[in-house]
Design a protein around this ligand. Structure first.
Ligand code: NAI
Ligand code: MG
Length: 352
């Protein structure tokens, strides 16, 4: 048995360990009778890293995470470490850099059984299923110079060719595995980096003749995501615009407590995490929504391990609890984290 997948587990802070336990219980139930075998490697990280190893990102965590086949993170941070010399969130920025995780991928999918949870009208959202591919390691958030002075401030929006080329390939390849449609987002009517972005997209597009391409200015895109969310498949966007659009997109589904994400590097394992934080306001109450972590586990099974059938089984269990109202208070239910998790496991076990 040499094909045992190594999963690095960063169990997180506040509600982090609560939803991680739920995600791992579902992983176990969904894979129990399957060929798929895995080993969990518990690594100190974030606030838990500070408490157990004196640092939010100990070197040993980086080394072992790099050796893993996938990294599973819940959420980190919180008031307990407000006075720490290095805060938990620092670890998150550093692990992205250490693993060169240049693409952040966030799905927005609304199944027929979830459609009533959306704040938008049913007619608009039925059939919504797109992913945002956001460039994560360059652009406005990293460009130099960056300065804050008394009477002026500077940020720099920067992209070089290789950064744009690699994110384009990431998005086009993803479209080939989905519905063969890419939407390029930029502000090329105004910004140089955006003209550059669009030019490179146009050069790369012919390498993917089976993928249809369209182009949107980001301001128009904020409207289109709301007014016709079903029109999109893969959306490729620079860092800053992706940050904004992906939060907007999350709202279409109705709850932050259900959305997973994946960050991808040029080599090494992908990192999977829910999009929300450690929710200190509800930690310890047993009411954190486990669905985000369960969807995160399913995304890992599908994307890193090619276990689409197991992932689908998990998604059906998620659909079932949502449909039946067996959910936590954030989604209008009255069940505990544990109870929702047990319901999902029950659905998995009775799913043929
Ligand atoms: P948050 O996402 O933790 O919470 C925002 C609101 O959503 C809260 O009312 C919370 O109770 C609710 N919420 C979030 N996840 C939920 C779930 N699974 N079930 C039910 N309700 C849920 O954002 P906030 O409060 O701004 O940040 C809290 C801490 O998390 C901070 O220390 C922040 O730095 C950290 N953080 C960490 C992230 C990560 O690990 N990737 C991302 C964002 C924030
Ligand atoms: Mg954000």
């Amino acid at each position: 048995m040499n094909d045992i997948k190594k999963i690095a587990v960063l169990k997180g802070d506040y509600i982090g360990p609560e939803i991680m336990a739920a995600g791992l219980a579902v992983l176990k139930a969904a894979t129990d009778s399957q060929q798929f075998k895995y080993e969990l490697i518990d690594l100190p990280f974030g606030g838990d890293g500070i408490d157990r190893a004196g640092d939010p990102l100990p070197q040993s965590t980086i080394d072992q995470a790099k050796q893993a086949d996938a990294i599973l993170l819940s959420a980190i941070g919180g008031p307990k470490w407000d006075q720490a010399p290095r805060r938990p969130e620092q670890g998150l920025l550093e692990i992205r850099a250490a693993l060169n995780l240049f693409a952040n991928i966030r799905p927005t999918k609304i199944t027929d059984r979830q459609v009533d949870r959306s704040p938008l009208k049913k007619a608009y959202v039925t059939g919504t299923d797109f992913v945002i591919v956001r460039e994560l390691t360059s652009g406005a958030y990293f460009g130099k110079p960056r300065e804050l002075q008394a009477h002026q401030a500077i940020d720099t929006m920067y992209y070089n060719e290789s950064e744009v080329v690699r994110i384009m390939h990431e998005g086009f390849k993803m479209a080939q595995k989905r519905r063969h449609h890419v939407t390029i987002v930029d502000k090329s009517n105004v910004l140089a980096t955006s003209k550059f972005w669009r030019n490179i997209a146009k050069e790369i597009a012919p390498q993917y003749p089976d993928v249809m391409v369209d182009y949107y200015y980001v301001d128009a895109m904020t409207m289109a995501i709301m007014s016709k969310p079903t029109a999109f498949d893969v959306i490729i966007t620079p860092n800053l615009f992706g940050d904004i659009l992906s939060d907007e997109a999350a709202q279409i589904t109705g709850s932050i407590g259900q959305i997973p994400s994946m960050s991808v590097g040029s080599e090494g394992p992908n990192l999977y995490e829910p999009i929300h934080g450690s929710a200190p306001d509800i930690a310890g109450k047993g009411i954190a929504n486990p669905i985000s972590m369960v969807n995160t586990v399913a995304m890992m099974l599908s994307e890193s391990f090619g276990e689409k059938a197991i992932a689908e089984k998990i998604y059906r269990a998620v659909d079932a609890v949502i449909d039946q109202g067996d959910v936590t208070p954030d989604m209008g239910g009255d069940l505990s984290t544990e109870a929702v998790t047990q319901k999902m496991i029950m659905h998995i076990q009775s799913d043929e």
